[in-house]
Design a binder for this molecule. Structure first.
Ligand code: NOJ
Length: 570
């Protein structure tokens, strides 16, 4: 079926005349200060009316992204995939999932976005592939001892009948990490390793084919103009070839499957490829690593450019905790001269307005539960303050689609619509990640809230149902409401772009009372975030650039759970 491509809502003469083209386009250091918007493509915008977001939908909304003021888009995997893990189970790296479009459309999107000054970052998933990838199918067909199986971690089982797993590693999605195969004659066969679901067999990075294939995939996409890659599960690729049990005490760099010293060689070779291209093609790591020194190792000058700062994201709404995170993450980045990133959420974690509205406002996968009491008004107020705080911190900024609308986590999805393996593998104890992946509301009063177009007939239902009350969160409703989350984000990103000292650079803490995060970014820019529990006086200033809530009292104090951006004397 032909995918109707809606014309991008752009008027290029106006954009250039208004100076709206991102100045970062020509800047080799663009990534150090960039605002990167994460597109979870299934849920961003549907161009063809089938209820699933697609490239046509993104192309039709590029004007929205330009007006929001972002410098780059990061697309979660858009490749062919059985979607056993939302696309992080890739069956072909050189193509686009037919539900999302095709390669020609992806190329057009990359081009059109760049014309608006917006770069494209794609996701690569090197730790594992789909069980439907040709390599894995070939490995199953070729049988034990075959070269095809060497690209994976196939092992005979333990015990007289081989019916015990080769080891007892625990999956990142809970449960077992080994699945037993069946031989062509129907007898039980070897086992294979998967740190995530059985549909995601782990690759053996000691195999030259695995290395070469990924290097070719990088070139394939860099040749098509992508400005960078986000590297999934980046610390997991190397395994101890003996596949031992996890010892009680692990020697640094020698854990059997996380952050092994050898993993850095992979990123050195990727960096050399990225650096061989014109412009700066960035490597962005998904590195969950409590040890900040080990984390920073990934950002040495011949490895990745940046990595997600999950430490800050996971902290509760508490001034001491946030300050400690800011200080320690900036300090961790300094020796490798990498800018920090600031991230409030992504497609894996509870939406900020929900998280910050809870008694425990920290984030941890292990503690996600249904029926956690939530005050959404409080959470929204704090998320507004957090949005300004994170946009004022030194480095690049990531925005997960829908956070700019203040969308809450959808916690009451019907069970039969849920898709996330985290939900299923916990037997429904962990709500999973579907609640932050619900299709965006664009306009109107009812589902699909403009997510899918009406093309004569009613569009299909969105692949995950949208809550009835989402009319107030639509782009249409928020765009002209000065008090909306969208208006706050637009104003913040516009100030950020116009203020040279924001983005990459230094931060200087200012004296403040307990519970307040006050710092200067130079050039007369000051951020004040009030988590003290009561209104506070603002430091001396010339102008209030932006405030996440209205000032209160006769003297214009900053209310609790609020951030103000000030222009002060230099
Ligand atoms: C991290 C991704 O963000 C997540 O969505 C995925 O499930 C795992 N890696 C496995 O690929």
């Amino acid at each position: 079926m032909d995918v109707p491509v809606l014309a991008p809502q752009v008027d290029e003469t106006r954009i250039v005349a208004a100076g709206l083209v991102s100045p970062s386009t020509a800047d080799p250091l663009w990534w150090r200060s960039a605002v990167i918007y994460q597109v979870y493509i299934r849920s961003f915008a549907d161009g063809n009316g089938d209820g699933t977001g697609d490239i046509a939908g993104v192309r039709s909304r590029l004007g929205y992204l330009r007006d929001l003021g972002v410098d780059a888009l990061w697309f979660t995997p858009w490749y062919p995939s059985p979607l056993a893990d939302g696309g992080y189970d890739v069956s072909d790296y050189r193509a686009i999932h037919p539900a999302f479009g095709d390669l020609a459309e992806a190329e057009a999107l990359i081009r059109e976005a760049l014309e608006l000054g917006i770069r494209t970052i794609i996701d690569v998933v090197p730790n594992h592939i789909s069980h439907e990838h040709e390599w894995f199918k070939a490995a199953l067909a070729a049988g034990p001892g075959s070269p095809e199986r060497e690209r994976f971690w196939f092992r005979d089982g333990v015990g007289p009948n081989g019916d015990e797993m080769p080891n007892h590693w625990v999956s990142n999605f809970q449960g077992e990490t080994w699945t037993r195969t069946t031989n062509p004659d129907g007898t039980p066969g070897q086992w294979y390793l998967h740190l995530f679901t059985p549909e995601q067999p782990d690759l053996n990075w000691n195999h030259p084919d695995v290395r070469k294939e990924h290097e070719d995939v990088l070139r394939f996409w860099f040749d098509r103009g992508v400005a960078g890659v986000r590297i999934d599960s980046a610390a997991l690729l190397e395994k101890d070839p003996e596949l031992p049990e996890i010892p009680d005490v692990v020697e640094v760099g020698k854990h059997p499957n996380v952050d092994r010293d050898e993993v850095h060689d992979i990123y050195r070779s990727w960096r050399a490829i990225a650096d061989s291209y014109e412009g700066t093609r960035v490597l962005v790591g998904e590195v969950w690593m409590p040890d900040t020194q080990r984390f920073a190792n990934y950002l040495r000058s011949d490895e990745m450019h940046t990595a997600f700062n999950f430490d800050f994201m996971a902290r509760p709404w508490d001034a001491t905790q946030l300050r400690e995170s800011i200080v320690s993450m900036i300090a961790a980045h300094a020796p490798v001269d990498a800018p920090s990133t600031w991230v409030l959420s992504n497609h894996d974690v509870t939406r900020p307005v929900t998280r910050y509205g809870r008694e425990d406002s920290s984030f941890a996968f292990a503690t996600k539960r249904f029926n956690t009491p939530t005050d959404l008004d409080l959470g929204t107020r704090r998320a507004r303050a957090a949005a300004l705080l994170s946009a004022a911190l030194p480095g690049s900024l990531y925005i997960y689609q829908g956070d700019e609308l203040g969308l809450p986590e959808v916690e009451d999805l019907p069970d039969d619509t849920r898709q996330d393996p985290m939900y299923f593998r916990s037997n429904g104890v962990d709500p999973g990640r579907d609640g932050c992946r619900v299709p965006l509301p664009w306009s109107g009063q009812h589902e699909p809230f403009g997510f899918s177009p009406y093309a004569g007939t009613a569009p299909a239902e969105p692949w995950l149902p949208q809550p009835e009350g989402w009319a107030k969160y639509t782009v249409e409703a928020e765009a002209h409401d000065p008090s909306s989350m969208l208006s706050l984000y637009r104003a913040a990103l516009s100030i950020r772009r116009a203020t040279e000292s924001l983005g990459d650079g230094a931060l200087e803490w200012l004296d403040s009372e307990p519970g307040v995060l006050a710092f200067s970014r130079g050039g007369g820019f000051v951020n004040v975030t009030n988590l003290s529990g009561h209104p506070i006086d603002l430091p001396e200033h010339e102008e209030i650039l932006l405030s996440s809530t209205e000032l209160v009292g006769p003297t214009g104090q900053l209310a609790q759970d609020s951030t103000a951006w000030l222009r002060t004397q230099h």
